[in-house]
Design a binder for this molecule. Structure first.
Ligand code: IMP
Ligand code: MG
Length: 185
């Protein structure tokens, strides 16, 4: 990893390398495969990938799941150019699959306040999904206070602002290999 990177006015330093991320994704993919088990005679699992942050994670995870899956995409934004979750969720769903009676796995980049996850959990339950679970690349466990379970977590992070591997600062940094943390934190 580079020693540090600058995005706009902020400096970020190495936090989690690409290799650790790939290992964490291997682990979580195994847990997901064990959980959903033999899907003979069942409809494919619906992966709902949250844009834009979970795009890379969703792609890497999908490749490791040895079961039929279909993709849907949802765009949720609670962060703007700011560094804190503002609590209002902007939501656009490109839903190509019927949800009722289906197993839904939401793919998130990071769970922070959990407002996004709570919103999606309620949305798919109201649509009468058979099950609604989440797989997230990362969680800031200290911040997450909600009762809804977080089913599959690849990386546990401290409460610090991070970029890379899908995560952005004001839209920049999503394509960086590895995860970097704000240096002044
Ligand atoms: P929540 O709704 O507060 O859980 O926010 C989750 C969303 O905020 C994530 O899907 C990210 O898009 C964004 N987010 C939370 N923490 C960070 C961070 O440290 N860096 C970049 N984006 C973040
Ligand atoms: Mg997100």
């Amino acid at each position: 990893m580079n020693s540090s990177i600058k995005i706009k006015d902020k400096e970020f330093v190495p936090y989690i390398c690409e290799e650790q991320i790939q290992e964490a994704i291997d682990r979580i993919a195994q847990q997901i495969s064990d959980c959903y088990g033999d899907r003979q005679g069942k409809e494919p699992l619906i992966l709902v990938i949250t844009l834009k942050g979970a795009m890379l994670f969703g792609a890497e995870l999908s490749k490791r799941l040895d079961m039929p899956v279909v993709w849907d995409f949802v765009k949720c934004s609670s962060y703007g150019s700011d560094m804190c979750s503002c609590g209002t969720i902007k939501f656009q769903l490109q839903e190509s699959n019927k949800i009722e009676g289906r197993d839904v796995l939401v793919i998130e980049d990071i769970v922070d306040s959990g407002n996004t996850w709570e919103f999606l959990y309620n949305y798919f339950n109201e649509k009468k999904a058979a099950s609604v679970r989440i797989a997230t690349l990362a969680i800031k466990r200290e911040i997450y206070q909600k009762d809804i379970p977080i089913d599959f977590v690849a990386l546990e992070l401290q409460n610090r602002f991070v970029v890379g591997y899908g995560l952005d600062y004001d839209e920049i940094g999503r394509n960086i290999n590895g995860i970097y943390v704000l240096s002044a934190d």
